[in-house]
Design a protein around this ligand. Structure first.
Ligand SMILES: Nc1ncnc2c1ncn2[C@@H]1O[C@H](COP(=O)(O)OP(=O)(O)OP(=O)(O)O)[C@@H](O)[C@H]1O
Ligand SMILES: [Mg+2]
Length: 425
């Protein structure tokens, strides 16, 4: 479907007064076109251009908010679309204003760095949306905020199984999301931090180090600060991972969405100079099923190889077993009494284990590590990109992979993810 109006499609018009929003969900295979007819409106921090048709695809859930009033048009089938007056947008704008005030103080030289903020809360409360909004508002003021993506399941910057950092130059595109030029990406290997929490915390510390170094070299990045997105896992080890991240990044501000208990715990466990605020979630945030999450992870991987809306075509080629070195990070947990003398469980979880390619590797996503060899610090090396194994021929010693770029691979050290992608195209 193009962005042009198709025959027989329903057209709905909405008139919104100031500080109202139009919410909608896109039905399977029934894309929706959104158009701003007059006034001003924005989608998660990105201003809409008047008389331009924006297309929203299957599964999209979005809200168009207006500060001053507007008229909108939706084309296509929108079974779930309604306008709402009750939104937490004023609270969110106040957070943005407070962060911007801190940036101004830093740029005057009264503070050596701008705000480092982290958004936390249980699943489906609008964390990623608020992060996108705050990054968008900062970019509209000419700031260069660093988005730190710690959600290894539904990240906005890189495929599942990774953590990443992105310098946000402009608000996210309404249809496509953030422009992904030169993100810095790290391998984790699974979609839940709990599968190897030691590795997760280690990579978070690494991100914090790299961000600190960037701030030393780049005054604008230091003044703009960072906004950290987190996963919805807020209990037990997940909670400790949040405390770890807050400490590693030396965050100044934590925004807790929708959970008083988490707010109280963080206030109890973090130093008093960390500003912790509790804010409501938007009534529009939709809960997503396990199935939906799995599908959107699959879409994110497909998009990595095929581009947004299939704009690119990946390459397929063979690699000789002898040309590459394949590893997995983390050996399976073994009882403490069985560990070699002097080795802790922690070291075991960070161990770089060589893998012999076999049929069980088919469909696995592999990270192409920037490490030169196992003697390098593989755990803390960033990744150049990803390939997916489509076939293994043990007799001939060949591995067939799907890759976004033609051969040769930029590096030969590959890290196995516990994530599969079946290429059906
Ligand atoms: N005001 C709103 N109106 C309608 N839909 C919204 C609104 N805010 C967010 N959404 C949608 O709700 C869904 C969930 O939001 P979001 O991804 O921000 O939640 P989250 O807390 O980050 O979830 P997770 O725990 O999975 O990371 C998204 O599809 C988002 O587009
Ligand atoms: Mg999220």
């Amino acid at each position: 479907m193009s962005n042009a109006l198709q025959a027989g499609e329903a057209v709905q018009k909405f008139k919104l007064e100031k500080e109202m929003e139009l919410r909608f969900e896109v039905e399977p295979r029934q894309p929706l076109l959104l158009e701003l007819l007059c006034g001003f409106a924005e989608v998660f921090g990105t201003e809409l251009t008047r008389n331009k048709r924006y297309r929203f695809d299957t599964g999209a859930k979005a809200a168009v908010f207006t500060w001053h009033g507007c008229e909108l048009q939706l084309t296509g089938r929108a079974d779930v679309s309604y306008t709402a007056r009750e939104t937490p947008m004023l609270f969110y704008l106040n957070v943005h204003a407070a962060l911007e005030q801190m940036r101004r103080t830093a740029s005057r030289g009264d503070e050596d760095r701008g705000p480092r903020a982290m958004v936390v809360g249980p699943t489906d409360v609008g964390k990623s949306t608020l992060v996108r909004l705050l990054c968008g508002y900062a970019a509209r003021l000419g700031r260069r905020v660093t988005l730190v993506e710690m959600d290894v399941g539904q990240g906005a910057v890189s495929p599942p199984g990774t953590l990443a950092m992105l310098s946000v130059e402009r608000p996210a595109d309404v249809e496509e999301g953030f422009s992904l030029q030169a993100p810095l990406v790290y391998h984790f290997g699974s979609t839940t931090p709990g599968s190897n929490i030691k590795l997760y915390n280690k990579v978070v510390s690494r991100l914090a180090d790299v961000f600190n170094r960037r701030c030393e070299l780049n005054r604008r990045a230091a003044v703009s600060g960072c906004i950290i997105n987190t996963t919805g896992w807020v209990r037990g080890a997940g909670y400790h991972a949040l405390i770890h991240a807050a400490t590693a990044f030396e965050v100044d501000v934590i925004i807790v969405l929708d959970q008083e208990r988490l707010f109280t715990e963080l206030r109890r466990d973090l130093p008093h100079f960390v500003n912790i605020v509790l804010l409501p979630k938007s009534g529009g945030v939709a809960a997503r099923s396990k199935e939906f999450r799995r599908e959107s992870r699959d879409d994110a991987i497909r998009q990595y190889f095929y581009g947004f809306r299939g704009a690119f075509f990946p390459h397929a080629f063979d690699l000789r077993f002898t040309d590459v070195k394949i590893y997995k990070i983390g050996a399976p947990a073994i009882p403490a009494s069985c560990l070699p003398l002097g080795m802790s469980q922690e070291e075991n979880q960070l161990k770089v284990v060589p893998i012999t390619p076999g049929r069980d590797l088919v469909h696995h996503v592999l990270s192409v590590s920037m490490a030169n060899g196992p003697q390098d610090n593989v755990v803390e090396a960033n990744v150049a990109g990803f390939v997916v194994v489509t076939a293994v021929d043990s007799d001939r010693g060949l591995l067939t992979v799907l890759s976004p770029a033609p051969r040769p691979l930029p590096q030969t050290l590959l890290l196995v993810m516990d994530i599969r992608f079946v290429d059906l195209k």
